[in-house]
Design a protein around this ligand. Structure first.
Ligand SMILES: Nc1ncnc2c1ncn2[C@@H]1O[C@H](COP(=O)(O)OP(=O)(O)OP(=O)(O)O)[C@@H](O)[C@H]1O
Ligand SMILES: [Mg+2]
Length: 257
């Protein structure tokens, strides 16, 4: 049983618009977003394409300011990116000129507090993501799944409080995707990160998360929150049950509203 305590990340009344080329009125993307995630919780965000999910994640990451409203991590207003909030994107962001180990070591070497143990910590995470034996490969020599595992290790090695994931497995084939989901769940159980996970895949959200937040079409608003009722571990066979299909159908219906 995971211990869920303090609020780790919160958003209160977030609004965001973007100016449009050649148009007078800005495009309203996010409207009055309220969101909260507690320490150690795994929450997925689902919503139609273009509804503002990545924009919201970018605000939580500190890449983008909100027009109004308040986003906070551990009670502190989010202004800038921080190593406390690691981001994993759909396409793995790796330095092509560094091998797996050096990609993972990169952030650690910038930190004075762990510099002496950096190699040891990097090796632990290389093992954790199943890349033992590939530490000296360059990104171009890795498969898509292996690149994403390197990106995941690179984010996790800094022990962030929050992991912000924007469709991290969307580009992978079904089998690799399943093994990445299992890997992520294993890492989550071990290291107890707080995870915000954006996906288009309703089954993925139901298999992975404690809670699912559904957004409306643009301007994105939070329209429903669902506590996922299935016990863990959740075997793939769960997807064939009536309760699973009904919940999936309900969510798909909300997404098409
Ligand atoms: N930097 C930007 N400048 C102008 N418009 C932007 C910018 N970033 C996003 N938008 C617009 O905001 C809207 C929401 O984009 P966003 O990427 O957040 O959607 P999304 O929900 O992540 O979609 P998808 O599911 O397709 O990834 C889109 O209409 C997009 O054109
Ligand atoms: Mg997006």
């Amino acid at each position: 049983m995971k211990l869920m305590q303090r609020t780790n990340l919160s958003a209160d009344g977030i609004n965001k618009s973007f100016s449009r080329p050649g148009e007078h009125d800005p495009l309203k993307v996010l409207e009055d977003i309220h969101f909260e995630i507690r320490e150690g919780e795994f929450v997925s965000i689902l919503g139609p394409s273009g509804c503002g999910k990545s924009t919201f994640l970018n605000i939580l990451a500190g890449f983008e300011p909100a027009d109004s409203g308040h986003a906070a991590c551990c009670g502190e207003h989010i202004r800038d990116p921080s190593p406390e909030r690691a981001v994993v994107f759909q396409s793995p962001v790796l330095f092509p000129w560094l091998n797996v180990k050096d990609n993972i070591l990169y952030g650690l070497k910038l930190r004075k507090d762990v510099r002496n143990e950096a190699e040891e910590i990097a090796s632990e995470y290389i093992r954790a993501v199943g890349l033992d034996g590939f530490w000296d490969y360059y990104p171009s020599q890795l498969s898509g799944g292996m690149q994403q595992r390197t990106a995941l290790a690179r984010a996790l090695v800094l022990r962030p409080k929050v992991l912000l994931m924007d469709e991290p497995f969307a580009a992978l084939d079904a089998q690799t995707r399943y093994s990445m989901q299992q890997l992520l769940l294993g890492l989550w159980e071990n290291y107890r990160h707080t995870i915000v996970f954006i996906t288009h895949d309703v089954e993925e959200a139901l298999l992975l998360s404690d809670r699912i937040c559904i957004m409306s079409k643009r301007p994105g608003r939070m329209i429903e929150e669902i506590a996922v009722p299935f016990e863990r571990p959740r075997p793939l066979s769960l997807t064939g049950t009536q309760e699973f299909s009904m919940l999936k159908g309900h969510i798909l219906g909300r997404l098409m509203d």
